[in-house]
Design a protein around this ligand. Structure first.
Ligand code: SF4
Length: 253
């Protein structure tokens, strides 16, 4: 595969279901492949590279069409433009995954070409553990939704150093942090994550996302735990919102 081609999982237009821009209409390019394996991952289909990627032709209709991987720059530009009607409907174009920054060499060629004909902010969702890759495309993106991963929630080792470096880079643009937490998550690890954000800027917004039960995750966090987590985060940060995923409630992608 050359850097003018990308491994894609799916392309669709929908309502952003999480984070600070929840409720906004976006075109989503979901990149295939991830360098993590979080136990709460709700996009397992995006963790491997499929032979074909799917496109929902009409938003909300689930009228999928299959295309062969890898996708070309022009193919993805055409697909992004096909979701521009009615005029002005979209807030932004969302690069999601999987982990889009794994395909950073493609993004460096794709985003300048895309931006020539598409007047939309580029919204990047990243797991926040590839700071060097983020630095390579920071001038090409506008809004960054950056995850900080709690070991209790992911079942993985901590990535504090990588998250700090990634957040310092993301801070060059508009950024908010999202932290998914489970019933097993501990105040101490949240406090570590919150301190890391405050060291960059206490005004960076934080979205605390109670996990959506999925796979091995059977339960949501308890209400008293949610309140305690909000207290801990608010001690060091100016803007902290508790926002669960909502797109699954109304059944869109
Ligand atoms: S980083 Fe995101 S896509 Fe990758 S495993 Fe974790 S939740 Fe899934």
């Amino acid at each position: 595969m050359s850097t003018t081609e990308a491994q894609i999982s799916e392309v669709f237009n929908s309502i952003q279901g999480e984070g600070l821009y929840l409720g906004e209409r976006q075109t989503f390019l979901r990149f295939a492949g991830c360098n993590l394996a979080c136990q709460y991952c709700d996009t397992p289909q995006a963790l491997t590279i499929p032979k074909e990627f799917k496109v929902e032709i009409t938003p909300g209709k689930k009228d999928f069409k299959q295309f062969t991987n890898p996708a070309t720059i022009q193919q993805l530009i055409d697909l992004a433009n096909s979701f521009q009607k009615p005029r002005g409907v979209n807030h932004s174009l969302c690069l999601t995954g999987g982990e889009p920054l794994l395909q950073v060499d493609f993004l460096k060629l794709f985003l300048p070409a895309l931006k020539k004909g598409l007047d939309l902010p580029i919204y990047l969702e990243t797991n926040g553990v590839l700071p060097d890759h983020l630095l390579e495309v920071i001038e090409l993106v506008d809004i960054i939704a950056l995850d900080i991963k709690l070991p209790s929630a992911t079942g993985l080792s901590p990535y504090w150093k990588e998250h700090k470096k990634a957040l310092e880079t993301a801070y060059l643009k508009e950024v908010f942090v999202k932290i998914v937490f489970t019933r097993e998550s501990k105040v101490q690890e949240l406090d570590e994550a919150v301190s890391l954000i405050a060291q960059v800027d206490e005004k960076i917004p934080l979205v605390l996302q109670p996990v959506t039960p999925h796979g091995p995750i059977k339960h949501r966090p308890n209400p008293d735990q949610i309140m305690a987590f909000h207290n801990v985060a608010k001690r060091k940060l100016k803007t902290v919102k508790v926002i669960p995923q909502v797109h699954k409630i109304f059944g869109v992608l």
